[in-house]
Design a protein around this ligand. Structure first.
Ligand code: 6GU
Length: 398
């Protein structure tokens, strides 16, 4: 890949020679040319900017300078200053050899136009997906504007020779595009095959699966009284993978909840994100024998459907205390007689679930005999049954 950067501050791009990018330069995977825009300026103080038409603050960079600069760099007739690595290794090609590479045809393999990236806070937001796509380019040119920007006709005209993108690296304003180029170049170059040692090491990056990465730990196991999470020593790779996914989900929910809108979530994911204590509290008009049969099967059936029940309480409500109970009235109107074997129960189901509260109420009711008269709701949190209620079922594990 060849990168060219046009700027009025060439020394600002020096960090490209370091670390990862320096290594890519050494290996000949990457070639970087930095061009001083003032090389295309003429006149005494080689001015590159002028006052804006229509008035207003600041200065605008001039088309007569940017136009020829972009023409020349697209044509590959200028190498600029070709950067070499800050830390050359013995087996690396020498500086002059690297320079020798630049008898380049600048077109992409498919004969495409080179990509021109114009950094500007008014651009489209830069994303990992752009970095991924652009890591396959063979020639990218960055045009760094300073001041209030570049005359728009430069960008419009450049479309004759380039595929042009105006790109922002975030919702804040920098003095110029140089730092944004460092950011984008690093994000792009590290994805070129062979630049990062371990091919799979960017498959788990934040964003590549749409989630933020969770925490990582190394030795020692205890440090300043802080323990590494136990699960990481379990040797159970499935459990560790699940824990990591849960951590990524919870961190994303906390810091970047909008990212979850575009991620496909499994049932296990939903459970990690949305499990909380819930209590379904119902009044049920039911024959005590029918209730006995229903409650026996309830914990298993509810658990299967995503409601992890911890306890179920039931009490019989004395109807003399409730002369015009809604369920009894409804029963009488529908059945044409008073309840004979049916008795009013208050049923309380405490548990954990990621499901919607209304869905949980429906779930409990669906597991009562068909046609049972009921009313009630599910709320977040656990609820105390009250002294009159018997414990109809309790999870031995809780
Ligand atoms: Cl790409 N350039 C400038 N000057 N400011 C920015 C930016 C770019 N992205 C965010 N702020």
């Amino acid at each position: 890949m060849r990168l060219d950067v046009i700027t009025i501050f060439p020394e600002y791009l020096d960090p490209l020679r370091h670390a990862l990018l320096g290594k890519a330069l050494e290996r000949g995977i990457l070639e970087v040319g930095v061009h001083d825009l003032r090389n295309w300026a003429s006149g005494g103080h080689r001015a590159v900017d002028d006052t804006p038409f229509g008035g207003g603050p600041g200065m605008v960079m001039m088309p007569e300078i940017w136009g020829p600069a972009l023409d020349d760099v697209a044509a590959g007739t200028r190498d600029g200053t070709v950067l070499d690595s800050a830390t050359p290794h013995l087996d690396a090609p020498r500086h002059d050899e690297l320079n020798g590479i630049s008898g380049h045809s600048y077109e992409g393999e498919s004969g495409e136009l080179p990509l021109l990236i114009v950094p500007t806070p008014a651009g489209e937001p830069f994303t990992q997906e752009m970095a991924r796509q652009w890591s396959n380019e063979s020639h990218i040119v960055f045009a760094c504007g300073r001041y209030e920007g570049i005359d728009q006709r430069v960008v419009d005209d450049a479309a004759q020779r380039y595929r042009v993108r105006e790109i922002s690296i975030g919702d804040y304003v920098l003095v110029g595009g140089e730092v944004a180029v460092l950011v984008m170049a690093e994000a792009i170059v590290r994805l070129i095959p062979g630049v990062l040692g371990n091919r799979s090491s960017h498959e788990e990056d934040s964003f590549s699966d749409g989630l933020l990465e969770g925490p990582s730990y190394t030795k020692p196991r205890t440090w300043r009284g802080r323990e590494v999470p136990e699960v990481l020593f379990s040797g159970d790779h499935g459990r560790i993978a699940r824990w990591r996914r849960d951590q990524a989900l919870l961190r994303t929910q906390e810091r970047r909840p909008e990212l979850l809108d575009t991620v496909e979530l499994s049932d296990a994911d939903e459970r990690a994100l949305y499990s909380r204590n819930v209590a379904t509290d119902l009044n049920v008009l039911i024959n005590p024998a029918d209730w006995g049969r229903a409650v026996a099967k309830l914990p298993k059936k509810l658990r299967k459907a995503g409601f992890d029940v911890t306890d179920i309480h039931a009490e019989i409500v004395d109807l003399t205390c409730e002369p015009d109970n809604m369920l009894v009235t409804q029963f009488e109107q529908t059945e044409g007689h008073v309840p004979v074997t049916e008795v009013l129960h208050r049923v309380l189901v405490n548990g954990r679930s990621h499901l919607d509260l209304r869905e949980l109420t429906q779930l409990v009711v669906r597991n009562l005999p068909r046609g049972t008269y009921w009313y009630g709701t599910t709320d977040e949190g656990h609820r105390e049954p009250g002294i009159a209620a018997a414990c109809a079922w309790q999870d031995p594990g809780s």
